[in-house]
Design a protein around this ligand. Structure first.
Ligand SMILES: N[C@@H](CCC(=O)N[C@@H](CS)C(=O)NCC(=O)O)C(=O)O
Length: 100
């Protein structure tokens, strides 16, 4: 662990940032985001199911200003939805964020 618990150890021994994703039970964009993150070596994603917890839905909307899922945080940085995550990847900025 490093810093303020915003990181966790992966089995490959590299330090990966903590990933938090607001999600719902049926959500193709969430699945795509998960697949992309897993393909980058992220083993654990902390999922917050807003369909099961209305308070978390309100919390997500307040924090992000958005109502769609996924909404993703890497460490303490707000990323946005799947499109934003994929854009970061295409710009080569995703791995550096995950490896922080
Ligand atoms: N452009 C968004 C699309 C996200 C999206 O449409 N998510 C769906 C679930 S897969 C959703 O939240 N739909 C509910 C709504 O539009 O209110 C992204 O890339 O994250």
């Amino acid at each position: 662990m490093r810093g303020n618990v915003q990181a966790c150890q992966s089995s490959s021994d590299s330090i990966m940032a903590k990933v938090v994703m607001y999600t719902t039970g049926f959500c193709p964009y969430c699945k795509m985001a998960e697949n992309l993150l897993h393909s980058k070596g992220v083993e654990q994603i902390d999922k917050i199911r807003i369909d099961l917890d209305p308070e978390q839905r309100l919390d997500m909307m307040e924090k992000t200003g958005r109502r769609t899922v996924p909404q993703i945080y890497i460490g303490d940085r707000y990323i946005g939805g799947y499109d934003d995550l994929a854009r970061l990847d295409h710009q080569g900025e995703l791995m550096p964020l995950l490896e922080k």
